[in-house]
Design a protein around this ligand. Structure first.
Ligand code: AMP
Length: 292
């Protein structure tokens, strides 16, 4: 039976007891309202580790004041059932005060990979992500941690952070899980009304279109992006935040589509900002994003 704890002390004690038995620990950090995308990460962790910890924490530090911190969907009961059914052992669900005690003033900041894509439109986002994920790594001390390609820039940022800060954890990237009609699963999809839900298909349709153009031999990034933007423009409810081609390793802008190019987009459907992407895999597998 899965255990749900709310304090850092409880997590540390449980992990210490597992370690004393020589067990390995996998970790899946989430903001909750779990769906099959999260579940694929949890299932992979369960398969590859003796014990699995899932954190459910809507991290205030990664939301700007204008963003959806208050309205972000929450359902710990449903999350607990999903984690339990998938074989996880422990949920860590702290209050913000547990993570950020009075006087908190230390942050993990990053240049380089945070400069483009979501870093441009959400300038404080990755500082919040890096700070909370490094805190969670110190609390859970996992052998492996699982992140989705759905947030490809975040995956690249976390890889860079654990390298730069010598955090002893293996980062495992997992593929994007989609609805049957193609829409990438996201907790934020619940914001969409019926009309917007239909309109949101423009993201995955444009991703598929981009993949086809690349398969067909297109290598000019500007040309590809122009075609993708034009396609998104056919959907009246869509407003483009960005469509960009970058190197998946360091998130630097590229003019040429090659192996390991990340083609990423953020698009508003009404008031809801959705993201999607693909990584050009060519002859070799994209780093770490093997099938879950
Ligand atoms: P979130 O709860 O949105 O912070 O996501 C927690 C983790 O689940 C992140 O590593 C996400 O990339 C991953 N994730 C979210 N949606 C999906 C999806 N549709 N497919 C695969 N991974 C996902």
């Amino acid at each position: 039976m899965i255990q749900v704890v709310h304090t850092i002390k409880e997590v540390r004690e449980q992990v210490k007891a597992w370690r004393a038995q020589g067990l390995t620990v996998g970790f899946v950090p989430t903001m909750g309202y779990l769906h099959e995308g999260h579940q694929s990460l949890i299932a992979r962790s369960v398969a590859e580790n003796d014990r699995t910890v899932v954190s459910v924490f809507v991290n205030p530090m990664q939301f700007a004041p204008t963003e959806d911190l208050e309205s972000y969907p929450r359902d710990l009961e449903a999350d607990t059932s999903l984690c339990d059914a998938t074989g996880a052992d422990l949920i860590f669900n702290p209050e913000p005060e547990e993570m950020y005690t009075e006087g908190f003033c230390s942050f993990v900041d990053m240049n380089g990979p945070t400069a483009e894509l979501c870093g441009k439109s959400r300038p404080i986002h990755f500082r919040g992500v890096c700070t909370v994920v490094s805190k969670l790594f110190h609390i859970v001390t996992p052998d492996k941690a699982y992140f989705g390609q759905k947030d490809a820039q975040q995956l690249a940022v976390i890889r860079r952070m654990v390298t730069d800060l010598n955090i002893p954890v293996e980062i495992v990237g997992c593929p994007i899980i989609r609805e049957k009609d193609g829409l990438a699963k996201s907790s934020r999809n619940t914001y969409l009304n019926e009309e917007e839900r239909k309109a949101a298909l423009i993201l995955s349709k444009t991703i598929y279109m981009g993949q086809e153009l690349v398969k067909g031999g297109m290598t000019d990034a500007k040309e590809l992006i122009r075609a993708m933007k034009e396609n998104i423009g056919t959907e009246p409810l869509a407003r483009i935040d960005y469509v960009e081609a970058v190197n998946f390793d360091d998130i630097s802008v590229t003019d040429t589509i090659t192996d390991n190019t990340l083609v990423a987009m953020a698009v508003y459907i009404g008031k809801t900002r959705l993201i999607d992407n693909f990584i050009v895999q060519g002859k070799r597998d994209a780093k770490g994003v093997s099938s879950c």
